[in-house]
Design a protein around this ligand. Structure first.
Ligand SMILES: [Zn+2]
Length: 310
């Protein structure tokens, strides 16, 4: 690997961070995995001293950290989409083994036409295989996970928990390139709806232990508690997190909310603080407060078709 390539990729990482996008190194020449260990091989040292942390939590916009990480190795540059306020619509090409038919981009255009929704130009990259990725800004208050073959057969999305490679990243078969530098509008509403994953109860019939989708009251409470955590100023974060986790624990105890969902949403809210150094402590607070809340479950009285909390 040449020094020129390392320098180019370091510049890419800094430029992405300059847009406010959180980057993380990917092994040179690869699309994945991140240059990081998995949870099951965690050494429990360094950033993981207080518990395993993920690349998404470590992804950063800090120029000094980036300069240090990219100083010797020509890492490819992953941008964690959700943490960067983007939702990436990933349109793939058909595999050579597939029968003839529309590719992901054509499927997306057809879907837009069918739903009567706009498909505005936006910041777009091309992939080595010939696919394209549309990096839409996420509207305020909207939170989307990643999806696989959910929007269409050749269209995935990268939201929270997912990343896309920045232009300039290189694989054996080619490079990711900037295809369109338009700064377009936010992700259109029809694509927000299309990107929402249905809860596991949605009649797959294969779920081992069906988890009830949160009802409207619970979903509102979940969103409100996590918004409060996300917005808490430093200095009040510990208290805000503990309060929110306790409140959600009460809903878990009342069987209104799945514990894994509560934990995942709280962890995502904490990730927005961008404080990987305290990740171990924060997840400890979540565990403790969720458990305490669930031992003191809320009493819920059904009344005239609605639920009131006593
Ligand atoms: Zn670890």
């Amino acid at each position: 690997m040449s020094e020129a390539r390392r320098r180019a990729l370091e510049a890419v990482a800094l430029s992405m961070a300059g847009r406010g996008w959180a980057v993380f190194p990917i092994m040179p020449g690869r699309k994945f995995p991140p240059a990081w260990h998995r949870a099951d091989t965690c050494p429990g040292t360094g950033p993981c001293a207080g518990g395993h942390v993920t690349p998404e939590h470590l992804a950063t916009t800090d120029p000094e950290t980036i300069a240090r990480v990219w100083a010797k190795v020509p890492y490819n540059v992953a941008v964690f989409a959700g943490k960067s306020g983007r939702h990436v619509i990933d349109c793939d090409v058909r595999k050579p083994t597939e029968p003839a038919g529309p590719d992901g981009w054509e499927e997306l255009q057809a879907l837009a036409a069918h739903r009567g929704g706009p498909l505005p130009d936006t910041w777009t990259t091309s992939t080595p295989s010939g696919g394209r990725q549309l990096w839409y800004p996420v509207p305020p208050g909207v939170r989307l996970s990643s999806t696989v073959k959910h929007i269409a057969a050749h269209v995935d999305t990268r939201g929270w928990g997912g990343y896309a490679l920045a232009p300039g990243s290189v694989r054996d078969d080619g490079a990711y390139e900037l295809f369109d530098d338009t700064e377009g509008p936010e992700l259109p509403g029809w694509l927000v709806q299309a990107s929402v994953r249905l809860p596991p109860t949605a009649s797959t019939g294969r779920t081992e232990k069906p988890v009830a989708a949160p009802d409207a009251y619970t979903a509102t409470a979940l969103r409100a508690e996590c918004d409060r955590v996300r917005a808490a100023p430093s200095g009040r974060r510990n208290k805000a997190l503990s309060t929110a986790a306790y409140a959600l624990g009460q809903l878990v105890g009342a069987d209104l909310l799945d514990e894994a969902t509560a934990r995942a949403e709280l962890e995502n809210a904490v990730a927005a603080w961008n404080t990987p150094g305290s990740w171990g402590k924060d997840t400890g607070v979540i565990t403790t407060a969720l458990a305490a809340g669930s031992r003191n479950r809320r009493r819920v009285t059904p009344r005239a078709g609605s639920r009131r909390v006593a």
